[in-house]
Design a protein around this ligand. Structure first.
Ligand SMILES: [Zn+2]
Ligand SMILES: [Zn+2]
Length: 137
């Protein structure tokens, strides 16, 4: 079963032939910028089973871990779509808001709770990690 999604204006579309490896809620400070104040929800897919159509813009930055990160956006509507670390080119993290069916992105964990503002709400049923999550695979 293919999982599909894309940006708000539909100029960028993506498809995965395999389900996500894991989905996490991330409260790192960077995600608060992309998430408009909240956390972001990110589903990790293998790049081998993942395809993108349409043009994205790329913002590259250094993470606290020292890893170079790339984040991709739709240049037209600005929707944050993907992030990836150069050290793990086999994995792509997809913003759950871009799923055609966001119900397919059930989070398994909340990470970077130590960076969350005091008004943040955490799902009590999910394990919490104060900082970086363990690698997905
Ligand atoms: Zn768009
Ligand atoms: Zn984050």
């Amino acid at each position: 079963m293919a999982i599909t999604g894309g940006c708000l204006c539909k100029a960028v579309r993506w498809e995965s032939s395999a389900p996500p490896i894991v989905t996490r809620v991330c409260w790192c400070r960077d995600c608060q910028y992309f998430g408009a104040g909240g956390a972001t929800v990110n589903a990790c897919f293998r790049t081998a089973s993942f395809t993108v159509t349409g043009k994205t813009s790329d913002y590259s930055s250094l993470a606290d871990s020292g890893n170079r990160m790339h984040r991709q956006f739709c240049p037209d509507c600005g929707t944050p779509l993907f992030s990836a670390a150069e050290v793990r080119p086999h994995l792509v993290f997809v913003r759950a808001g871009t799923f055609d069916d966001p119900n397919l992105a059930d989070p398994a964990m909340t990470v970077w709770t130590s960076s969350a503002p005091r008004w943040a709400c955490f799902d009590p049923d999910l394990p919490r990690v104060e900082k970086q999550a363990p690698p997905a695979a």
